[in-house]
Design a protein around this ligand. Structure first.
Ligand code: FAD
Length: 389
């Protein structure tokens, strides 16, 4: 078939929650022009958080992941093109080239291409499992079931994904060991107090931790720390992601650890917005969390509609560590003291001077929306304690 050249009002590039949320916001605010969402995966936008949690622990239908019900796209006149990659954007000509050769003219475009997993740069790393897509999760669950109860497994990386995967594998009865390069979990970004809590929690759940340990190679049914052999039925690597900026880069859009955007998610090109894991708001660290991706998609939708855009809220990441829920709200940087605010040690404050710049809540110690309000208001620890009673 010869390539077609057609036109849409708004092109959403990337099939994740940032794109889906942008589409929803546009329609909710009365935008009735044509909307085309192009996604490389062969399915409609879905939520990734359950991939390392419920979906790994249980044999669940993965339709549960859908960001929107399947009928929603048709009802809201959102054209969905899955299994298709946008290979090039010419921002000046407002032209996108799709895999297969079709070209799409657009008036405005959103780049929401997300992030891709980093590989471990050691011999044998090709044999390891990484986790980003629903397909990856299905493969990991199959490997866990095939390995069987009490099988030793190794998870490289002591960040959120690594700790969630290890927790779920332990729940399934396997014996995971987490190997983390830094001497403290989360690379130290969340301090020693929360890391000590997580260490104890994971240990009770049956997860071994090897901190300050460098994985030197994988292979022969094992992960290796120098000459030390850690037997492993399989190895999962969760050592971070990198933003998929290639499209924006070739379009001449400004990049600096992500596609640079203002608070309205506008890039350096007036026809192009960016949102989600791929984007970074100027002057702030890039965020790779589910709420942030959705909220950025919503801000892009408002901004594309010419409506007022609220300021980005405090970051909020939710997780599950050894069976306990954990919500971390606020900055992971720039704090100088950590302090538990309750006797049971379920609410940890990160302080800059006498002001709370972050809160970590275990087991729902405080509603995340309330935590956000307090962090955004830069209250004192006493003011947080008052709200607990
Ligand atoms: C296993 C796992 C567990 C997680 N758990 C949590 C959690 O508990 N809490 C939390 O806050 N966050 C969690 N996250 C992070 C959260 O899921 C991400 O922040 C969120 O998915 C980012 O959404 P996005 O739309 O920006 O990008 P993505 O979800 O990465 O989606 C981008 C999509 O665009 C597609 N794409 C890329 N390039 C192109 C192209 N050129 N053309 C067309 N399509 C393209 C990709 O294939 C992908 O489908 C988790 C992530 C993973 C992987």
């Amino acid at each position: 078939m010869p390539p077609t050249d057609r036109a849409v009002d708004i092109l959403l590039v990337g099939g994740g929650v940032a794109s889906a949320r942008c589409a929803r916001t546009l329609r909710r605010n009365g935008f009735d022009g044509s909307l085309l969402l192009v996604g490389a995966e062969d399915r409609a936008p879905y939520n990734r958080p359950p991939l390392s949690k419920e979906l790994l622990r249980h044999d669940l239908p993965d339709e549960l992941l859908a960001a929107e019900p399947p009928s929603w796209y048709e009802r809201r006149s959102i054209e969905l093109r899955t299994g298709t990659t946008v290979e090039r954007i010419d921002a000046h000509e407002r032209l996108a080239t799709l895999s297969g050769g079709d070209t799409i003219r657009f008036d405005r475009a959103l780049i929401a291409t997300g992030a891709e997993v980093l590989r471990l740069a050691v011999p044998g790393a090709d044999e390891s499992i990484t986790l980003r897509t629903a397909g990856d999760a299905a493969g990991l669950r199959r490997a866990a079931v095939a390995a069987g109860t009490a099988a030793p497994v190794v998870v490289v990386g002591g960040g959120f994904i690594g700790l969630e995967v290890a927790s779920s594998l332990a729940w399934l009865g396997l014996r995971p060991t987490v190997v983390e390069l830094a001497p403290v979990l989360w690379g130290g970004t969340l301090g020693v107090e929360l890391a000590a809590w997580a260490t104890a929690r994971l240990s009770r759940a049956g997860v071994d931790l090897r901190l300050g340990a460098r994985t030197s190679r994988l292979g022969d049914g094992a992960a290796w720390i120098g000459d030390e052999r850690l037997p492993a039925a399989f190895v999962v690597v969760g050592v971070g992601v990198r933003p998929r900026t290639d499209l924006a880069e070739t379009a001449g859009i400004r990049i600096d650890d992500g596609v640079m955007v203002d608070a309205g998610q506008r890039t350096s090109h007036p026809a192009v917005w960016a949102a989600g894991d791929v984007a970074r708001i100027d002057g702030r660290p890039r965020i790779e969390h589910w709420h942030a991706a959705r909220e950025a998609g919503e801000r892009a939708g408002l901004s594309m509609s010419g409506l007022p855009v609220p300021p980005p809220p405090a970051p909020w990441v939710f997780s599950e560590i050894g069976g306990a829920s954990l919500d971390v709200v606020g900055t992971a940087e720039g704090w100088d003291e950590e302090r538990w605010l309750d006797r049971d040690r379920t609410l940890l404050a990160y302080l800059r001077g006498d002001r709370v710049v972050g809160l970590a809540a275990i087991g729902g110690a405080i509603a995340p929306t309330e935590a956000r309000r307090l962090v955004e208001a830069a209250v004192t620890p006493d003011e947080v304690v008052v709200t607990l009673h």
